[in-house]
Design a protein around this ligand. Structure first.
Ligand code: ADP
Ligand code: MG
Length: 685
C-alpha cells in the first residue's frame, strides 16, 4: 500500500498538480478524503458487451474490437481526423473516428484488440460508424464492464479524468477507516466501509449501488444523530425531577375571551399527559399560522407555575417576544403570576435586575429572545421551556437552554410542518402534537400572482382598501450589502410608495433599525396611524394586527414558500376579507409553479409538502437557518427507513455507552469529534 493519507491535499496526487487542484477545489474537493467522498450523481449502464452486428443507431455500446488496419490521420476543415476499422467475432465491421486526438495514432495498434465504449452514429447491416469512442485495454474489462460513474463536473474536469483519478486512488490501496465493529455491521446489515466506497464509485450492478449507498447513508445519519444526542447531553427518556400535582387549568381558561378549539384542547391534554408522567417532556407542536399555539403554550406555562416551577418562552425576534409578553402578561397578572420580558433591547440595568429576580424566584415566567440563553442567566427552578417558531433557531442555540443544568420539560412550537422523520433527526426523540384546526370564523386569504405591469392596478386596489379603513403590509426581501442583486431594497420601495400614496401615512420597518424604533413603528401600525407598512421579513412571524387586510410581497419568488405562507398569515386575522398579492417578474416555470401553489392553497402543510416536492428540503428549511447539515448522500426525506435504523442504533449506543468510553466505540468517537467537534466543544465543553 502506498502511503496516501486521507487528509493530504489532492494537489500531491499523481495526475493532479496545482492547476487541476484548483479546479477540483471548485467541486469542493480539497483532500484525498473529499475526493473519495465525491460520489457519482448517477451511473451509465455499461454492463453488457455487444457485438458489432447488433449495433443500433444512437445506442451506447461497450464492445471488443480488433483493428484491421492502422490508424490513419487526415486533415479536413482545420481538423485532424483519425480513423480506423475494427471487427469482432461477428465478422461485422465498425469505422471509428476521433477528432484532433493525435495520440490515438500510437495508442491503437493493428491486429490488437481493445475495449471500446461509445455511441453508434449509424449502423447498416454489417457496418457501423462511431465517433470519439473511449478506449480501454482488454485487461481493464472487469473494471469497465458495469455501471460507469457519472460525476458532477466543472469546466476543465472531465468524467474520464475523475474516473481515472478515483479509480487509481482506490487501486493504490488507499484505505478508509471502518468505524463500525463486525457485530454492529451484521446487526444493521451494513457493508464494510471500503467495500461500500469501491462500489459506490465502480459498481457492477444496481444491487451493489444500493448496498453501498445504504452503508454510506447510514454512517452519515448515524454520526449526525449521535452528535445531536451528545450536544443535548440529555439522556433519552430521562426521569424527571419536577413533579406535577395540579393539572387544573380552568382558572386560566375563565380569563380568555374565546373557547379553545378541539385541536387546542387535544394538545393540552397531551401536554398534561407528559406532565403527569415521570419522563421528561420533549414535545413538538406543529400548527398552521394562526392556529393558536401561543395559547397552548400559555396554558402549559400556567400549569408549570401552578406546580411551583418557573417557565421560559423564547421567541425568535424582539417584536414577537413583545407581542407574547403583552398578550400573556394581561392574563397572568390577573392570576398573580409574575411575568417579565428580556430581549436585546432590555437595558443592562434592567437585565441585572431580572437575572437576580429569576435566581430568587421573584419571576415566574420569563419571555424573551435568545438573550435568555446567555450564560449568566440562572433560574431558581426552571421546569418548562417553550420555544416559539423553532425553525428559526439553529440546533446549537436550541440545545443551550436545555443544557442549563436541570433536566426540563421542553415544548417547541412551529408553523413549519416538518415531516416526522425530519423532526426526529432534528430534535431527537420527541413527541409530536398537531393543531390541525383554525379558530372559527377565519377566512382564507385571497391570493394572486402579478408582475410589474400590474402596478397601477395594485395601487388602486390598495387605495380602495385603505379608504375602507384597512391597512396594508408591503414586504420585500432584505438586501444586505447585496446591491447587485436585482431586489427592491426597502428604502427604495418606501420612497416609491411615499411618492404614490402622498395622501396616506407610509411607514418603514427593517432589521437594521434600533429595537426601540421598530417597536414604535409597530405600535403606530397597530394603532392604525400608519396605513401602509413597508418592511423586510422582520414581520414574518407571529405579529397580529387584525385590521391589516392586504399583504403585498415584492419579489415573491425569492422567498421560500414556508416564509410566504407565514407572511400571508399576517393578514386574515380579523373579520374582513383579506388579500395577498405576490409580485414577481420571474418567468421561470419553477417559480411560476411555486407561486401557483400559494395561489391555490391556504394550508401550510399542503404548501410545505408541495414545495418539498419541487425544491427539496434544503431550500425549504434554509440549511443555514435551521442548522441542518448538508449530507453527501443522505436525503432526509427519502431515506426514512435508514433514518429509523440509525435512530435505533444511536439509542442503543447512548443507552450502553453514553460517553463513548468503550473500546468498540473509540473509532466512532474519533470520527464524531472530527466531523462535529466544533459544535460538540462549543456546547459541552
Ligand atoms: P399561531 O399559532 O400562529 O402562533 P397565535 O397563537 O398567534 O397563532 O393565535 C392567533 C390569534 O388567534 C391570536 O390573536 C389568538 O388570541 C387567537 N386565538 C387563539 N386561540 C383561539 C381560539 N380558540 N378562538 C379564537 N381565537 C383564538
Ligand atoms: Mg405564533
Amino acid at each position: 500500500m502506498e502511503n496516501i493519507r486521507l487528509d493530504n491535499s489532492v494537489q500531491y496526487l499523481k495526475g493532479v498538480g496545482p492547476k487541476m487542484s484548483e479546479l477540483l477545489n471548485k467541486l469542493g474537493i480539497y483532500s484525498v478524503k473529499d475526493l473519495l467522498e465525491y460520489y457519482p450523481r448517477t451511473y451509465e449502464d455499461r454492463t453488457k458487451l455487444t457485438t458489432i452486428d447488433n449495433f443500433q443507431k444512437d445506442q451506447n455500446v461497450l464492445f471488443l474490437g480488433t483493428l484491421v488496419k492502422p490508424v490513419t490521420m487526415v486533415y479536413a476543415r482545420k481538423k485532424k481526423i483519425l480513423s480506423t476499422v475494427v471487427t469482432d467475432e461477428s465478422g461485422a465491421i465498425a469505422l471509428l473516428t476521433w477528432f484532433n486526438q493525435v495520440y490515438i495514432k500510437d495508442r491503437l495498434k493493428e491486429g490488437q484488440t481493445y475495449l471500446f465504449y461509445g455511441k453508434v452514429n449509424s449502423a447498416t447491416g454489417a457496418r457501423a460508424m462511431l465517433d470519439s469512442c473511449s478506449i480501454y485495454d482488454v485487461s481493464q474489462i472487469d473494471k469497465i464492464q458495469g455501471l460507469y460513474p457519472i460525476y458532477s463536473l466543472t469546466a476543465g474536469v472531465t468524467q474520464n479524468y475523475l474516473f481515472k483519478l478515483i479509480n487509481g486512488l482506490i487501486d493504490s490501496g488507499v484505505v478508509i477507516e471502518e468505524i463500525f465493529s463486525d457485530e454492529f455491521r451484521k446487526k444493521y446489515k451494513l457493508a464494510e466501509a471500503n467495500y461500500a466506497l469501491r462500489n459506490i464509485h465502480f459498481p457492477k450492478n444496481y444491487n451493489m449501488v444500493t448496498t453501498a449507498r445504504n452503508r454510506i447513508i447510514f454512517e452519515e445519519l448515524f454520526l449526525f444523530q449521535l452528535a445531536l444526542m451528545n450536544i443535548k447531553e440529555k439522556e433519552i427518556g430521562s426521569v424527571k425531577t419536577n413533579y406535577y400535582h395540579d393539572l387544573d387549568e380552568s382558572d386560566f381558561l375563565k380569563l380568555i375571551p374565546f373557547e379553545l378549539t378541539n385541536a387546542q384542547k387535544k394538545v393540552i391534554e397531551q401536554i398534561k399527559g407528559d406532565m403527569s408522567s415521570n419522563v421528561v417532556m420533549n414535545r413538538l407542536i406543529q400548527g398552521d399560522v394562526g392556529s393558536g399555539k401561543t395559547m397552548v403554550a400559555a396554558i402549559a406555562m400556567y400549569l408549570a407555575v401552578k406546580n411551583g416551577y418557573q417557565a421560559a418562552l423564547m421567541a425568535p425576534t424582539t417584536i414577537l417576544a413583545n407581542q407574547h409578553y403583552i398578550e400573556l402578561s394581561n392574563y397572568f397578572s390577573k392570576l398573580n403570576i409574575k411575568v417579565e420580558i428580556m430581549t436585546s433591547s432590555t437595558t443592562k440595568r434592567q437585565k441585572e435586575k431580572i437575572i437576580n429576580a429569576l435566581k430568587n424566584k421573584e419571576i415566574d415566567i420569563i419571555i424573551g429572545t435568545h438573550s435568555i440563553l446567555e450564560d449568566n442567566v440562572e433560574f431558581n427552578n426552571l421546569g418548562l421551556v417553550v420555544t416559539d417558531e423553532q425553525h428559526r433557531f439553529g440546533v446549537k442555540q436550541r440545545m443551550n437552554l436545555s443544557a442549563k443544568g436541570n433536566v426540563v420539560d421542553t415544548i417547541v412550537m412551529t408553523a413549519t410542518p416538518i415531516p416526522r422523520s425530519l423532526a426526529i433527526i432534528l430534535y431527537g426523540d420527541l413527541d409530536l402534537s398537531i393543531i390541525d384546526e383554525l379558530p372559527p370564523g377565519r377566512k382564507p386569504v385571497d391570493t394572486c400572482v402579478v408582475n410589474d405591469s400590474y402596478n397601477q392596478r395594485v395601487y388602486n386596489f390598495l387605495r380602495k382598501q385603505i379608504n375602507e379603513g384597512r391597512q396594508v403590509y408591503v414586504v420585500c426581501p432584505l438586501v444586505e450589502e447585496n446591491e447587485d442583486l436585482d431586489l427592491n431594497s426597502v428604502e427604495k420601495l418606501y420612497q416609491e410608495y411615499k411618492d404614490e400614496f402622498k395622501e396616506y401615512n407610509v411607514g418603514i420597518l427593517h432589521g437594521k433599525m434600533k429595537n426601540k424604533e421598530k417597536d414604535t413603528i409597530m405600535k403606530e401600525f397597530k394603532d392604525n396611524h400608519i396605513n401602509i407598512l413597508i418592511s423586510t421579513t422582520v414581520i414574518e412571524v407571529g405579529i397580529s394586527v387584525p385590521n391589516a387586510t392586504v399583504m403585498v410581497i415584492e419579489n415573491a419568488d425569492r422567498f421560500g414558500l414556508a416564509a410566504l405562507h407565514q407572511l400571508r398569515g399576517r393578514v386574515g386575522r380579523g373579520s374582513a376579507a383579506s388579500y395577498c398579492i405576490l409580485k414577481s417578474n420571474n418567468k421561470s416555470a419553477l417559480s411560476r409553479q411555486r407561486l401557483d401553489i400559494m395561489r391555490k392553497s391556504n394550508n401550510g402543510f399542503e404548501i410545505a409538502q408541495k414545495d418539498l416536492e419541487l425544491r427539496g428540503p434544503g431550500d425549504f428549511f434554509g440549511v443555514r437557518q435551521s442548522g441542518m447539515p448538508e449530507f453527501k448522500l443522505a436525503n432526509l426525506l427519502t431515506d426514512t427507513r435508514i433514518l429509523e435504523q440509525t435512530q435505533e442504533a444511536v439509542k442503543e449506543i447512548v443507552k450502553n455507552d453514553k460517553h463513548l468510553k468503550r473500546q468498540e466505540n473509540q473509532k466512532i468517537k474519533q470520527v464524531l469529534y472530527k466531523k462535529y467537534g466544533e459544535q460538540l466543544n462549543n456546547i459541552v465543553g
